[in-house]
Design a protein around this ligand. Structure first.
Ligand SMILES: Nc1ncnc2c1ncn2[C@@H]1O[C@H](COP(=O)(O)OP(=O)(O)OP(=O)(O)O)[C@@H](O)[C@H]1O
Ligand SMILES: [Mg+2]
Length: 235
């Protein structure tokens, strides 16, 4: 049997200390199989971004366990020595804000990741242009970041998260600045990645238009997750 792509158990995260401490995650459990796209829904401040940041090794959890493809990466402490390699090779991250590099053009913002992974510059740019075209921003490939609209910047950020074909994609409200047609395009591309490459994808969203596209949804409330019951979600 294949291992789950993502397995989280009893994960907690406390920010700060003493009177100022915030318990953002209070014991999160989650399993995502390869090829699955799951939704993560919850009110503002419930811990959604915190959970993705822990899983993406952007911040360190406080306790609990996380495993990727059967390999324990965190068990009350990091279990991998090279967190940069983990972030670069195994996780594609769409942050809640696009965080593009303002002094690189659009193509290089996307190509920089395959370049860092050792792909030749020409090939990295070719892959970047393909992904930009799939996200309907191919015509802006030569533009500078500040010239793009908010939605265009977000689509470039999504292209960057997908370009290395990492086995895990973590997307924090990826469709928030997009109109409904483009939001659905992004979700279609994520579903295609999942099907073609077995990518496991978690999408944080408030977006009523895309919620019905998930087969499986986790709700998070006050730092704890609940899986939505029932198999009857629309495909
Ligand atoms: N760096 C930090 N230091 C202290 N507290 C933090 C920090 N980051 C987040 N928090 C707190 O942790 C809790 C969870 O925040 P988080 O950003 O994970 O929520 P969220 O579900 O992503 O919310 P939103 O929908 O508004 O993006 C909140 O109470 C927040 O104020
Ligand atoms: Mg958030």
């Amino acid at each position: 049997m294949t291992q789950p792509a993502i397995e989280i158990s009893g994960l907690t995260k406390r920010y700060g200390e003493g009177d100022a401490a915030v318990d953002a995650l209070k014991g999160v459990d989650m399993i995502v199989q390869p090829g699955e796209v799951v939704g993560l829904i919850g009110p503002s401040g419930s811990g959604k971004s915190t959970l993705l940041k822990c899983l993406g090794a952007v911040i360190e959890p406080t306790s609990g366990r996380m495993a990727l493809a059967g390999e324990t990466i965190y068990d009350n402490g990091w279990k991998v020595s090279d967190l940069r390699a983990l972030r670069r090779d195994r996780i594609g991250y769409v942050f809640q804000a696009p965080y593009l590099i303002p002094f690189l053009d659009v193509t290089d913002n996307v190509a920089v990741l395959p370049m860092l992974a050792g792909v030749s510059n020409a090939k990295a740019r070719e892959r970047a242009r393909e992904m930009l075209a799939a996200l309907d921003v191919g015509h802006r490939a030569q533009a500078q970041v500040p010239q793009l609209s908010g939605g265009e910047q977000q689509r470039v950020a999504i292209a960057r998260a997908l370009v290395n074909r990492a086995p895990i994609i973590l997307a924090d409200e990826p469709t928030a600045p997009l109109d409904s047609e483009r939001a659905l395009t992004v979700i279609r591309i994520l579903n295609e990645m999942a099907q073609r490459f077995g990518t496991a994808i978690i999408v944080v969203t408030h977006d009523e238009k895309i919620i019905p596209t998930f087969r499986r949804i986790y709700h998070i409330r006050d730092g704890r997750t609940y899986e939505e019951a029932g198999e009857a979600r629309a495909a």
